[in-house]
Design a protein around this ligand. Sequence first.
Ligand code: AMP
Length: 562
Amino acid sequence: MEPIIGIDLGTTNSEVAFIFDGTTEIITDNDNGILPSCVSIGENGNIIVGAEAANQALINPEKTVFSVKRCMGTDQKLKAEKKINSPVSKAVITVPAYFTDAQRQATREAGEIAGLEVVRIINEPTAASLAYESTNPETQRVLVYDLGGGTFDVSIVKIEAGVVEVLSSTGDNNLGGDDFDLKIVDHLVKHMETEFNYSVKDKPAVMARLKRASEGAKIQLSSEPYTTIEADHICKKGFKDIHLSLELSRTEFEEMIEEDLVRTMESVNKAMRDAAMLPSAINEIILVGGSTRIPRISQMLEEKIGHLPHSEIDPDLCVAIGAGMQAGREMGLERSGVLVDITPYTFGTSAIGDADGEPIMTMFVPLIRRNTKLPARKSEVFYTMYNNQDAVDVKIYQGEAVDARDNILLGNYMFNLTRAPSGSEIVLHFDLDLNGILKIKAVEKKTGNNIKAVIENAISRFSDEELSKTQDRINGLWTEGRDSEISLKEKAQTEADIKELSSDEYAGIIRRAEAKLSQASEDDRDEMINLIEDIRDAVMKNRMEDAETFKNELDEILFYIG
Ligand code: AMP
């Protein structure tokens, strides 16, 4: 059978996938399979592509071009042939959903230049949905949030009987991780100006180093609450070497990018509006692109849509995996799967907090969420309650319940603190590996004092008796002597049904009202438009009672119009 590869030809990075023994895999070459879309001219005038070229950017910023696609195809093809051990002449290539025919044609040509027949071009959100389809055949309406290095796209995709259709797509061609790096660079430049009274803005080599360091810091802040940006001998002021060392917190970084993220959420609203869909109608949220690892993004999407996005498949690889699956289809292969190692449970700790405005002494704070790809590292910062607090009880739980006591206690560690004012920071690190070994570290930020613990077999050890005991306790809260498991499922189903029903109902009346706008008097029309917006707004914010009131008012106007 002639091999067909799937290529995600991205602006920042490119990846290739192929189906080996029914499983879609990313082709790697002693690396993670991600090839920077970067070309550089070496010292002898030779052309360098990929990671090596990205490294050249540090030494030779003027001779390096990022975001090039044409040469990349060739390199990808060569790599695939080596791994598949056979010549490769056909490929499925992905493109952004908004690409025009001319741009699609240019992509085809880029493939041809690389010596590949492009058997099919598919949209990136379609590919991402295909990658997840194998893990959830039920998926119906999917929101694909794609934030890469330089672009942002959001699409609503409908999957019905294996047919994937992009209902709407919108975004921003000039927004991505690079902008976030530059926000940190700005911060560093300002810091150097105030700290050393020295401006580095017009020094490309220094700026390139700062950009590298900023990207590293940004990536670190996706799993850690703090990072220290260090760059020794970054430049010279007179004869004196300048060493940069600056701490940056996740909170500070989130503030720098908040405005950009809010803009992406406005695009999410627009995509839903264009697809005539309310948040409650979205079954799945898929994250694509390296920048979606920023935790604030999942948080914002959860607030808006009401459930957490998927994170099982690496967001950098999921478009390539989908392209690989489509390539498999083109080869006539049966549906193929993806191998993903995920944690089936959530791990976290307890802290004093509030749930729905009510204070709770034992609130569960999840660190590593269910369905997170393994290995996973997460850290979170906590604060002491009292002045001179001399110890903290660190409890580690597995479970989903809001009250930590309803979850399974995996470990309990007393951590002695140096006496300090209330609000002193304690950073808790979780590190969960593929074998289910959970490593814990609690660090007193000010002194660096810490305790460490290892929980062996954290994933499976409580899966039997103890798990069902805790489950029974939780279920007992919902039920009165009935078969608890069934009733929990029923409850979830009923909630889903209600949500589904109401969302269809609101979408229905909005459609009816929009169809009648042309027949309405000017006053009625204004009123109807306001009510439509009010309904959308109320549903978006989950204010269902208000939505119901607005709906009734709109219904009344429609009744009179006839
Ligand atoms: P992509 O274009 O999808 O390959 O995404 C590349 C962008 O993702 C770059 O700006 C990276 O710096 C960014 N990125 C990769 N990993 C992370 C991470 N863990 N946290 C935040 N941004 C990341």
